[in-house]
Design a protein around this ligand. Sequence first.
Ligand code: SF4
Length: 498
Amino acid sequence: MIPATENFYARWRAQARNGNFLRDEQFPAERLVQAIWQHQRLRRGKLKTAAGQSVRVYHPGFANLEGGPDFRGAVLQIGGDAPCSGDVEVDLRASGWRAHGHDSNPNFQNVRLHVVWDDAGTMTARRDGAAGAPAIVCLKNVLDAPLEELSLSLENESLRSLPENLRGKCCAPLRELEEAHVVRLLEHAARVRLENKAAQMRARAKNAGWEQALWENLFRALGYKHNVWPMQHLAEQRSRLAMSLENLSPGDTLLVLQARLLGISGLLPDELTRAEKSSDSYLRRIWDVWWRERDAFADAVLPRTAWRFHGLRPANHPRRRLALASHWLARKNFVTQIENWIVSKKDMGTPQAVCRRLMDILQVESDDFWSWHLTFKSPRLKKPLPLLGDARVTDLAINVVLPWLWIRAMEGGNDKIRDEVERRYFGWPTAEDNSILKLARQRLLGTSNPKILKTAAQQQGLIQIVRDFCEHSNAACDGCKFPELVQAERDSGKTNLS
Ligand code: SF4
């Protein structure tokens, strides 16, 4: 290989790249230390904690792109302890643990190792294990190459892409399957997911009826992953929410429903903003209803602490979701519209058209306040913002509407509708990418390219495999049977997957 200095391109690169990692005022930048950890560019046999215990890294963990520690699910052995799974936090210095508030943040409770660049002040910052703090490991003196060389080789490595040697054990056998067989495998897994969801709805419908089972699942889906339970609670109040609405105008019906939903949710502010006129006028109208009704609903009102807002975009705030739900509840034929959607063939030629028709049903034309506001305190938007985005329609279709229609068709012995539900389910365009899919694509399918999954059902299939196998194993794939099953399937002449 030509030494870098004799290669003009390498020289250009070194000159041009006064940046990325090096551009950071501190060198190394924390991102470089994270990359060194992720790629384990270390003399691994020399890793020791600040207290002198040996550290064996079976798996460095998966880069966490959301809030919380930098790496999730590492597999580590510290000193004479048995190997264990836990998180890893990377900081330039040990003092970062307290300075960044990790010591009091519950998201960091599962951190087993605090990886730092420089050990200066480590022992004074805290001792290993003191007050439940994780063990500290310093990387500065255990690199497997000079720092500048590591900077050059790792600067373009995104933390999002998993190093090849950290792929799952099933990745190789899956790659040996023909593409059509992988698709079939994903679709089989997706069918299991569909049937599981449908079975849960049937169980609920036995006690509460089909309509209530649908409403509860719609509300839960509006709660995203963090606010499923408060949304479930609100859906359980559905018959009370609908009390005494018969003689009201459509506008008043909507206002009363919004007042009840906001009041019961505990998300109705006690005070006016005194800054936003339109918000205060809306709040006054809501309170005019709620102050008369709140005693009747007192037993159902949730504490604000029931909700989680961390990481939520303002457009997805539960209050906006409740506004959307109020429009659905106000529409008397809402469930009938969903039932008609599955039997209608009009304008349903392509999966996109099918999707659009459901969007027409679930979308709300306009809400006087919530189409124009993200929060009570934010100024009026220049353009109205829909209460429901395209991506959410796919989630609602795949996770709620289609499983509900499918189980109803199954229970009613209606093969024609069942087949139509399945046709729409397996043809539905892909949903928005998410962190589970991103990691699973790399671990199982060996690619970060989202286009490898062509439908929402294939995405669902991959998530099901993660739930069934990855979540019962660890980052090092210990004890996972999936690779063997794929291999056996391949060796057996592909009877199930062809
Ligand atoms: S745990 Fe199993 S399914 Fe998950 S990546 Fe590892 S081998 Fe594959």
